[in-house]
Design a protein around this ligand. Sequence first.
Ligand SMILES: [Fe+2]
Ligand SMILES: [Fe+2]
Length: 185
Amino acid sequence: MPENTAGNATPFLTDVATLRERARKHMDAGAVTANYGADPAVVVKVLNEALATEIVCVLRYKRHYFTASGINAQAVAAEFLQHANEEQQHADQIAARIVQLNGEPNLNPEGLTSRSHAEYVEGEDLIDMIKEDLVAERIAIDSYREMINYIGDKDTTTKRMLEGILAMEEEHADDLVGLLEEMDK
Ligand SMILES: [Fe+2]
Ligand SMILES: [Fe+2]
């Protein structure tokens, strides 16, 4: 048998008895346990702003999808629809995480645009729509990066979720730049 050196290592975990005892207290807090490092109220507030942003992005992309017209409309509309669906997935992920953190997902249409970081702009024509979407994606990228830096390692699950969303917003921005290049604008 190889010598077991694990017992000599510096312990980095709370002992089992304490962990078990803590888990039994405040069970109604669900996933938010004693060593949750962030302030859940702040995280929920920040996530609700992200939720509003995603919903505004769904609505803007849907508007653009249904009203896209012109010579390049088909391919661009398909991209708008795909982005709308992906923003909806982000909204769903964020709402589910808010509930896990014992918060209330704010889906109230009243005040939605002021809670959102990105704006709802209808756009005059196809190029205008793509440019507005690109601006919104760049706003989302900036704000997700800030959220990730704020949360840091205090809540790794939320951080990981936000990192996944950020990567997709970067892809969206890249897709839109590609569309503008193809259209020579
Ligand atoms: Fe999104
Ligand atoms: Fe996006």
